[in-house]
Design a binder for this molecule. Structure first.
Ligand code: NDP
Length: 315
């Protein structure tokens, strides 16, 4: 049978390119989990994804009610769940003040990490029930959260500290809006959220791989300098960033190529290993990459998991 794959944030950038790459094989039905239904519909149509290969379902990761609603809607569709791709993200590099999710969590960590954390915890139950031979749960990571890389060393660096802001609810009222308890910094909040994504993937692996056989993976698809992720950045940055990545760092990758890479992690028979952070070299060959010390800290992963469970109402 066709596999069913949920992709969050499939209305643009990497998510859309991945949906397209998977749909083209004819082996996948894509559930495009998006906050803007019309935008998703237009995106699917204009990128030529065949109608029978996708369904759009509303999901706003910045609202835990919406996450629960999405899970209900998906369950009512009667489809099995074979692969889940947590791809959506927001990035506010120039914001002076934090903004917040429906529950009052700082918006980048609230969307990128906490929304996905609840989503993947709930949908794990659905994946357990699927009889698909190669089930996978993928959370898109990033080099910027990895301080063992050049890109990850551009300040402000990711650092979760002792999680005092996260434990306090990340609401900027009785706690800081930053995980480490520091002053709000939009670029750092994004990087911190990506560290949480990579830690969550590993904690899933430790807790559930043996029992469920699901492969848990993260990846850095390369710098896709042209996506909407940089829409909040200053115009000069948006002008210079793509050529800088193309010609100086040579880390640039097109949306098309990045989508093929993520599609590999979804369905390539050779990428079944669990607990892995995938990257690609300049010849576009995948390899198992090393995470930074913080992004591979098992104790921190456990703490992030436990605090996040409380915040999203699972504990
Ligand atoms: P885009 O901004 O193009 O895509 C992000 C997607 O997330 C959009 O579809 C957006 O929806 C969706 N989204 C944002 N907020 C929500 C929400 N509250 N609920 C549901 N969906 C939401 O960026 P990219 O394609 O670049 O980013 C995709 C992933 O790739 C992210 O996880 C990012 O961290 C990662 N990444 C990107 C890199 C890059 O260089 N671009 C490098 C490394 C990793 P909408 O269309 O409605 O805005």
């Amino acid at each position: 049978r066709q596999g069913t794959c949920i992709v969050t944030g499939a209305s643009s950038g990497l998510g859309l390119a991945t949906a397209k790459a998977l749909a083209e094989t004819g082996k996948w039905h894509i559930i495009m989990a998006c906050r803007d239904f019309l935008k998703a519909e237009r995106a699917a149509k204009s990128s030529g994804i065949a109608k029978e290969n996708y369904t759009i379902m509303h999901l706003d990761l910045a609202s835990l009610d919406s996450v629960r609603q999405f899970v209900d809607t998906f369950r009512r569709s009667g489809r099995p769940l074979d692969v889940l791709v947590c791809n959506a993200a927001v990035y506010f590099p120039t914001a002076k003040e934090p903004t917040f999710t429906a529950e009052g969590f700082e918006l980048s960590v609230g969307t990128n990490h906490l929304g996905h954390f609840l989503l993947s915890r709930l949908l794990l139950e659905d994946m357990k029930k699927s009889d698909y031979p190669s089930k996978r749960l993928i959370i898109v990571g990033s080099i910027t959260g990895n301080t063992n890389t050049l890109a990850g060393n551009v300040p402000p660096k990711a650092n979760l500290g002792d999680l005092r802001g996260l434990s306090g609810g990340l609401n900027g009222l009785n706690s800081s809006s930053m995980i480490d308890g520091g002053v709000f910094d939009g670029a750092k909040a994004y990087k911190d959220s990506k560290v949480c994504n990579m830690l969550t993937m590993q904690e899933f692996h430790r807790r559930f791989h043996e029992e469920t056989g699901i492969a848990f993976a993260s990846l850095y698809p390369g710098c896709i300098a042209t996506t909407g992720l940089f829409r909040e950045h200053i115009p000069l940055f948006r002008l210079l960033f793509p050529p800088f990545q193309k010609y100086i760092t040579k880390g640039f990758v097109s949306e098309l190529e990045a989508g093929k890479r993520l599609a590999q992690v979804v369905s390539d028979p050779s990428l079944t290993k669990s607990g892995v952070y995938w990257s690609w070299n300049k010849d576009s060959a995948s390899f198992q990459n090393q995470l930074s010390e913080e992004a591979s800290d098992a104790e921190k992963a456990r703490k992030v998991w436990e605090v996040s469970e409380k915040l999203v109402g699972l504990a």
